[in-house]
Design a protein around this ligand. Structure first.
Ligand code: ADP
Ligand code: ASP
Ligand code: MG
Length: 405
């Protein structure tokens, strides 16, 4: 007997047939004696449709109202599952984020969970209910509905698991677990049986969308065991857990690719103290997150500053860069939208030299030019032209011995 949080993603609840299969799965655990909280996403494609609808109603949809709209996707699936469960004779209650006590900050569209007042969930569980919570949403301190950013139902699930002290948070999705790289890009990707929070976090940050970044942060902080597995079969998936000694033996455990990056270069900025502070201060004031930064000064003293931002922030970042460039007397602003960041990740890098060299050699073997490089203790990332992204993933996957036989 266990206390489980079971989260089902968009493809797993894409239509009534699939929601019925979710009901089968959930009741199987319940019938065994488990207490179950189910967290659901909206049906696949629904959140995108709601965003399009909002954009057809308003040029720049009001963020508060957009959250009210987007939350309906998850409201629909939660209600449908609870209906099906009740029809089958189970006690079940659907709860929207605010009813489940999920309190967030006030950042509409990308709210962070601050606290979960889980009394209602716990009481319902004690009364024998299968509690069905609408993922991706909460309420802020003013009582407004908020959403948690794309893929946010993962975070709802992990946060609830931590609040109710669940034995496990199961993330049911459309792949069998976390793979060495996106199995849709590389057919030789292998399922990873166990992965550390740290590596999973890097993979999520660097583009593996199988878990939302914040869900992994949450799991790591509160030590929630996460089991990523398929909703279409009974196979064991991937356990995301604390690092253990044997994990270090693998140098590279995964390869990721992120096409959501753009590059901006300020050419010939004055080589003086305070110039970078002006550029990045202006971007920070506009709430723009900068990812990679490089600055190089040539022998003649000319300095270029290059950085990357997400595609969403690109236009705004260009405008700000032009303004700052004028103010500080930079020669020009150059931009590139069609870039991608490929990364290799592994705890074993901490104690292995030569990983970067292997990565650069592998990219060179396919004539792929490296535009930017950044490294941390457990990852190396290269920005390349977007058209080479998939090829780069496959070539790196092979170079680091990750290909399945
Ligand atoms: P859900 O709707 O269930 O939340 P997502 O689409 O958000 O599912 O995440 C699952 C998808 O993540 C997979 O279909 C896969 O294409 C993609 N993905 C990217 N990188 C990986 C990886 N390393 N391992 C597994 N899946 C990955
Ligand atoms: N429905 C939301 C999305 O599509 C949240 C989620 O599925 O996790 O991003
Ligand atoms: Mg997802």
């Amino acid at each position: 007997m266990a206390l489980k949080v079971q989260k089902f993603g968009g493809t797993s609840v894409a239509d009534i047939e699939r929601i019925k299969r979710v009901a089968d799965r959930v009741t199987k655990s319940y019938d065994k004696g488990d207490k179950v909280v189910v967290v659901l996403s909206a049906m696949a494609g629904v959140t995108d449709k709601l965003i399009a609808l909002a954009e057809s109603a308003s040029k720049v949809p009001d963020t508060r109202e957009l959250d009210v709209l987007l939350a309906t996707g998850e409201q629909t699936t939660a209600a449908l599952l609870a209906m099906i469960l009740k029809d089958r004779g189970y006690r079940s209650t659907s709860l929207l984020g605010f009813q489940a006590g999920i309190i967030t900050d006030e950042s509409a569209g990308k709210a962070r969970i601050l606290d979960i007042e889980a009394d209602r969930i716990v009481k319902l569980l004690d009364e024998g209910h299968i509690v069905v919570v609408a993922g991706f949403q909460g309420r802020d301190v003013n009582g407004n509905i908020t959403t948690l950013g794309r893929g946010g139902s993962d975070t709802s699930a992990v946060a609830i698991a931590s609040a109710v002290k669940a034995d496990v948070c199961e993330i049911f999705t459309d792949v069998d677990g976390v793979y060495t790289t996106d199995p849709r890009i590389c057919s030789k990707a292998r399922k990873i049986n166990r992965i550390s929070y740290e590596e999973m976090l890097e993979m999520a940050i660097l583009g593996a969308k199988v878990l939302q970044i914040r869900s992994v942060e949450f799991a790591k902080k509160y030590n929630v065991p996460v089991h990523v597995r398929s909703s279409f079969n009974e196979e064991e998936g991937t356990m995301v857990i604390n690092e253990s000694a044997d994990m270090e033996s693998v140098v590279v455990s995964g390869v990721t690719c992120d096409k959501n990056e753009t590059r901006i270069t300020l050419k010939r900025v004055p080589d003086q103290p305070g110039v970078s502070a002006k550029i990045f201060g202006a971007l920070a004031d506009a709430n723009i997150m900068v990812d990679m930064i490089i600055q190089n000064t040539r022998a003649n003293g000319e300095t270029d500053v290059t950085f990357t931002v997400t595609k969403t922030d690109f236009r705004k970042a260009c405008e700000i860069s032009e303004q700052v460039a004028n103010k500080i007397g930079a020669a020009a602003v150059l931009t590139a939208e069609n870039i991608a960041k490929v990364s290799v990740i592994g705890l074993g890098m901490k104690s292995n030299a030569g990983v970067a060299a292997t990565m650069f050699k592998a990219l060179a073997s396919e004539n792929i030019n490296i535009i930017l490089i950044s490294t941390s203790e457990i990852r190396i990332s290269c920005v390349i032209e977007e058209k080479y992204a998939e090829l780069a993933v496959r070539v790196l996957h092979k170079a680091f011995g990750l290909d399945a036989e």
